[in-house]
Design a protein around this ligand. Structure first.
Ligand code: SF4
Ligand code: FES
Length: 257
């Protein structure tokens, strides 16, 4: 655990759009309860206004501030600086490499900040999430008005609602793209889109026609069949959505038919 001795050192991945990646050191005065996101604001305000990172809500709900903190992809706004070193990492995380970390990185005391894995880096900690959104849109994760608006009621039992509730909590942060399959197959739909697909096909309010469209999409070789059952997505998700379990459920409940 980091001692509250006024300052915390950070080693931060930097990359300009056409430049080579480098790591830069910053030292930030600590305040009680300071999050990694707040430390980045301090660096931006006091040392380098060009430091690029995403954020919006600052409350672990918008999904914008995903980044890799000490080789563990997390939400920067939910990670307290004082706990960053003592937080237990999930087991069996893939090795994540972004650039040549300086050999004098003091792993025990300096917090290493890098972008999210398996996405192209636009600048510093900002990644290109367009493929992520493309795959999300592709599975059509929504209800259709032409079906639901003409029903007298879109009924769902409390039990059914509870069974998919955890899937609804996905904040689309992209942290589950830490999956090793996303690393090697750029066409893999990924845990987020597949978990969203399951959230809808398991929902009793979806039309049969729409359900079968989604099932077709997730049956593709680059969708559920491409999952290698690492379950890294389950272990890193900050909202306990358990995308890997959703993929397993699709496989068992829908693809065997
Ligand atoms: S399933 Fe979890 S890790 Fe993946 S995008 Fe949703 S909230 Fe983030
Ligand atoms: S800033 Fe919204 S989740 Fe971190």
């Amino acid at each position: 655990m980091i001692e509250m001795d006024n300052k915390q050192k950070f080693l931060i991945y930097r990359k300009k759009p056409d430049g080579k990646p480098v790591y830069e050191r910053f030292e930030v005065p600590l305040t009680p309860g300071m999050s990694v996101l707040e430390a980045l604001f301090y660096i931006q305000d006091h040392f380098d206004s060009s430091l690029a990172f995403r954020f919006a809500c600052r409350g672990a709900i918008c999904g914008s501030c995903g980044m890799t903190i000490d080789k563990f992809p997390q939400l920067a706004c939910k990670t307290q600086v004082l706990n960053a070193k003592s937080t237990k990492k999930p087991p069996k995380l893939p090795q994540l490499t972004f650039g040549d970390i300086p050999t004098n990185w003091d792993e025990k005391t300096e917090i290493l900040i890098e972008p999210l894995p398996n996405m192209n880096i636009i600048k510093d900690l900002v990644v290109d999430m367009e493929p992520f959104w493309e795959f999300y849109r592709y599975v059509q994760p929504y209800f259709k008005r032409e079906y639901n608006d003409i029903q007298p009621e879109s009924l769902q039992s409390p039990e059914k609602a509870r069974s998919i509730e955890h899937l609804v909590y996905c904040i689309l942060c992209g942290i589950c793209w830490t999956c090793p399959v996303n690393d090697k197959n750029s066409k893999y739909l990924g845990p987020t889109a597949l978990a969203k697909a399951y959230r809808f096909i398991a929902d009793s309010r979806l039309s049969d026609e729409h359900r079968s469209t989604i099932v077709d999409k997730v049956s593709d070789t680059n969708a559920v069949p491409a999952c290698e059952k690492h379950f890294v997505c389950n272990r890193v998700c900050p909202k306990n959505v358990r995308p890997g379990t959703a993929i397993k459920n699709i496989r068992e409940e829908w693809l065997s038919q």
